[in-house]
Design a protein around this ligand. Structure first.
Ligand code: S3P
Length: 436
């Protein structure tokens, strides 16, 4: 076991300058997966070298895929084609990553060999029936452990058939899992989502030359095609940029530019919500990179106000709520979130853990079954337990910008899953942070 990492953040400071946060996690996972399954050599730049993506890469390496890197965000993957993976000798360890486990389940369901997916303590508590049930309906054999949790045991050699699936939850992971399984299925696989979710899988499949139809909320593809290798420029992750969007908004005197951030319309809930709260955000130099819209984002400090968060923004900001709750704690008035039950099944129960932490710092925060009510107030210093959740750790680190005393955040090791180098980058921008 490695030594626990705690953050010690002094109160005050402001965020200034120009920074580029690491690559988008969702796009990085998919780059590795599609690159491995394509025919030819895929060259990726801007890849997130976080532990979650390295778990995905490790899984493909143990199924016979050769890759050089990653090195400074560069990865070269020699694709083996949709039918070219080899049986792994051991269970595939997805670490902390729900995305890796759920998307891999779709790919592995179509293979000729048996496989097993395992994860760390947090991932081992997360719901997997949302993928094992529809994969079963396609003819796959995916067994979960008790109460639908990992490990997943996937029997190979099954014939997959088409499905027309109405997703009960708005989940890009479930949609992507089924589309990946659909590559191996006979006929047309369709997924209809109850609300828009991130569409990187659809965009990237098209980038790899695979036809994907989108008609309103329904996405579909025909099985039996081929993926052709391509080059991918991964934009900076808006989910990682979020800590700076919030930090700069709450810290007086802040003025920072975040470079080359992915601003796909299915990911910009955080921008929409912060703007409703009165944030001063400007999207500069909008452009396209590798089939994804990107922009530089300038953020200046602002007086935020509490709002009722529109429910249609929830799936578009699903990973950004821990940081948004810190913004709400610094806003004037009450912020109300509803329709966000999914937050209870992320890397931690983000409603419970954030409410507990905010209350500890002197903020009135009340949990509801599917959300939270936060009364803006004066943040005190104190000691917070992140419960091993990377986004909770980084959110409370940013809270120190407006706190009356130092904030210590316990158990921050998992920040490396999505944001390697967070401390160094945040310190460079002006956060008074160090670790134990
Ligand atoms: C992701 C989808 C989201 C998100 C996760 C990444 C993806 O999960 O929370 O961090 O890459 O598809 P859900 O699909 O479970 O909402």
């Amino acid at each position: 076991m490695s030594k626990p990492v705690d953050y010690i953040v002094q109160p005050g400071g402001k965020l200034t300058g120009r920074i580029r946060v690491p690559g988008d996690k969702s796009i990085s996972h998919r780059s590795v997966m599609l690159g491995a399954l394509a025919e030819g050599t895929t060259r990726v730049t801007g890849l997130l070298e976080g532990e979650d993506v390295l778990s995905t890469l490790g899984a493909f390496r143990s199924m016979g895929v050769r890759a050089e890197g990653p090195d400074h965000g560069k990865l070269v993957i020699h694709g083996v084609g949709l039918r070219g993976l080899k049986a792994p000798k051991q269970a595939l360890d997805m670490g902390n990553s729900g995305t890796a486990m759920r998307l891999m389940a779709g790919i592995l369901a179509g293979q000729a060999f048996d496989s097993e997916l395992v994860g760390d303590a947090s991932l081992s508590k997360r719901p997997m029936k949302r993928v094992s049930d529809p994969l079963g309906a396609m003819g796959a054999a995916v067994a979960t452990a008790a109460v639908g949790r990992p490990p997943l045991r996937i029997a190979g050699g099954r014939k997959l058939h088409e499905i027309d699936y109405q997703m009960p939850v708005a989940s890009a992971q479930v949609k992507s899992c089924l589309l990946f399984a659909g590559l191996y299925a006979e006929g047309e696989t369709s997924v209809t989502e109850p609300a828009p979710t991130r569409d990187h899988t659809e965009r990237m499949l098209r980038g790899f030359g695979y036809a994907v139809k989108t008609a309103g909320a329904r996405v579909s593809l025909q099985g039996g095609g081929r993926l052709k290798a391509c080059d991918i420029d991964v934009p900076a992750d808006i989910s990682s940029a979020t800590f700076f969007l919030v930090g700069a908004s709450i810290a007086p005197g802040s003025d920072i530019v975040l470079e080359h951030v992915g601003v796909n319309p299915t990911r910009i809930g955080v921008i929409n919500i912060l703007k409703l709260m009165g944030a001063n955000l400007e999207l500069l130099n909008p452009r396209e990179a590798g089939g994804e819209p990107v922009a530089d984002i300038r953020v200046r400090a602002a007086n935020l106000r509490g709002i009722r968060i529109p429910e249609d923004q929830v799936p578009l900001a699903i990973d950004e709520f821990p940081a948004l709750f810190v913004a709400a704690a610094c806003a004037q008035g009450e912020t109300v979130l509803t329709g966000a039950h999914e937050l209870r099944v992320k890397e931690s129960d983000r409603i419970a853990v954030m409410a507990q932490g905010l209350k500890h710092l002197g903020i009135a925060a009340r949990e509801t079954p599917d959300g939270i009510v936060i009364q803006g107030g004066r943040l005190q210093g104190g000691e917070i337990d992140s419960h091993g959740d990377h986004r909770i750790a980084m959110s409370f680190a940013m809270a120190a910008l407006r706190a009356a005393g130092p904030i210590t955040v316990r158990d921050c090791k998992n920040v490396d899953t999505s944001f390697p180098g967070f401390i160094e980058l945040a310190a460079r921008a002006g956060l008074l942070i160090r670790h134990n």
